[in-house]
Ligand binder design. Structure first.
Ligand code: GLN
Length: 480
């Protein structure tokens, strides 16, 4: 998935590289999901081809129906066990997409194979607003319901995305044309805050409708804490600007979890975080101050490839020298080490081996015993790894415990050959893998807040449980 086309790659604890939707699910339901929660066409075809090669199909002709559709159903049914009451399956894309056809066919079959009161189809549709006549149009909704019905699926509930409230008469019209009950036409209007959406859907009666269709006992939703969080957010007066300096800034979804984590950090600190997206390629030693002068905090996020690297190093130098709160993430951490070795240790020809294989001082490199596995295109260090925080460091204080777990997605690592020199000069390795071999966090304790991690802290932040590094960055920025 290209970050420019598809937004960020979200990483689960068990190391699956998934679509960014999964990140939203985790943030909303506050559960760590697994690789089983992400099923792509590629994964389905891969499994079917492997099964065919193994002879699992006993020499039968392998086809989209039934082999691909069966594989999809198996993925859905794989959740059937005593601990799970309801499986929610989202089919991405738009009804009518060539890509999603086998998936829609598979969920149609699920409706036949299971008891009818055990299967519910919720269809999300669009109600565009025409500004000239100031009206909502139901045509696209009618059309996509028709399209879905022609594939054999009758939606039970329609969740209608809209910029404006839907009048009762409009709901009645949609109900009539789309063959659903009026109460099953649910308004999903643009919220002032993303996290208010579940509360709005609750008000619209979505959960009640779902319970009715599935024959479940209705129970009062306990949303008080969530409601309180939203009320607090709505009362925030203060604002702070924080910059994300990276190379995928044309599509802001590329840094979705980072931006969300910054906002979460704002919620606990009672400050609205205005996230600025800055293209690191535009930053030079001459303009860095001018470009970043309005920002009280800086994040250099993860990335691959050397485009925009110089700008990232300049940004980090500016943050370090001017004591601007700074959080480095993965590549951002690696560049913080490069910057430090270059400008503080004054080493010559410093780089990450990712960008200059034969640099004289490769402060970031691939460890010898990892070289084989890491052959380009090979595996990365993916998923959650434990990290031990050193007593007396900023990281230890921020997390408030000795052992933490954070998610990774990278090939290169801190080069331990430089550890002693770097620490002596004032950049401390405050977190390492339990065996001490891998440096996971560096910090400059003499700065207000200068912390960088080899992992991606943004994948663990939740609106009501902000990731500690983001919360602390925002706090430091607010206090500037
Ligand atoms: N490109 C770097 C590596 O592979 C960093 C990756 C990242 O930032 N996720 O190690």
């Amino acid at each position: 998935m290209s970050p420019y086309e598809h937004g960020e790659v979200f990483v689960t604890d068990d190391g699956a590289e998934t679509d960014l939707d999964l990140g939203h699910y985790e943030r909303f339901v506050d559960e760590n999901l697994t690789k089983n929660s992400s099923v792509t066409s590629g994964k389905i075809y891969w499994n079917v081809l492997n099964k065919e090669r193994r002879g699992d199909y006993l020499g039968k002709t392998v086809q989209v129906i039934p082999h691909i559709t069966n594989e999809i159903k198996e993925n859905i049914y794989s959740f059937e066990n005593d601990d799970i009451d309801i499986v929610i399956t989202e089919i991405g894309g738009t009804v009518g997409d060539i890509e999603s056809l086998p998936f829609l066919e598979a969920i149609r079959q699920v409706g036949i194979e299971k008891e009818s009161q055990d299967v519910l189809y919720v269809h999300v549709t669009l109600l565009p607003h025409i500004s000239g006549s100031n009206e909502l149009k139901s045509k696209p909704t009618q059309h996509s319901v028709k399209e879905l019905q022609s594939l054999g699926i009758k939606p039970d509930i329609l969740v209608c995305r809209t910029e404006f409230p839907i009048e009762e008469t409009m709901k009645q019209k949609i109900a009539l044309f789309c063959n659903v009950k009026t109460k099953d036409v649910i308004e999903n209007s643009t919220a002032d805050n993303l996290y208010a959406v579940p509360l709005n859907l609750e008000k619209e009666g979505l959960a009640n409708s779902v319970c009715e269709h599935l024959g479940l006992e209705k129970s009062e939703a306990k949303n008080e804490d969530w409601q309180k969080m939203i009320d607090n957010i709505r009362n925030i007066k203060e604002e702070v600007n924080i910059a994300i300096v990276g190379k995928y800034v044309q599509l802001q979804d590329s840094y979705l979890s980072v931006a969300e984590s910054l906002r979460h950090g704002g919620f606990v600190n009672n400050v609205k975080v205005n996230v600025g997206f800055i293209d690191s390629e535009t930053i030079t030693p001459n303009n860095v101050k001018e470009i970043l002068k309005d920002y009280k905090g800086i994040v250099v996020p993860g990335g691959f490839g050397n485009r925009g690297i110089e700008g990232k190093i300049e940004t980090i130098k500016y943050a370090r020298e001017n004591n601007i709160p700074f959080l480095g993430i993965c590549l951002g951490m690696q560049m913080a080490v490069v910057e430090f070795a270059k400008n503080v240790l004054k080493l010559e020809d410093v780089n990450s081996a990712e960008f200059e294989e034969n640099a004289k001082n490769p402060v970031i490199h691939i460890m010898d015993d990892q070289k084989d596995i890491h052959d380009k295109g090979g595996t990365m260090r993916l998923g959650a790894y434990p990290c031990i925080l050193k007593e007396g460091t900023m990281a230890r204080k921020i997390y408030g415990k000795e052992e933490i777990s954070e998610r990774h997605r990278h090939r290169f690592e801190f080069n331990n050959k430089y550890k002693e020199q770097i620490e002596k000069a004032g950049m401390i390795c405050s977190g390492t893998s339990p065996d001490g071999r891998l440096v996971e966090i560096v910090e400059i304790p003499t700065n207000r807040f200068f912390v960088a991690g080899q992992f991606h802290p943004e994948f663990k932040s939740r609106p009501n449980k902000p990731q500690p590094l983001f919360a602390e960055l925002v706090k430091a920025a607010k206090e500037m």
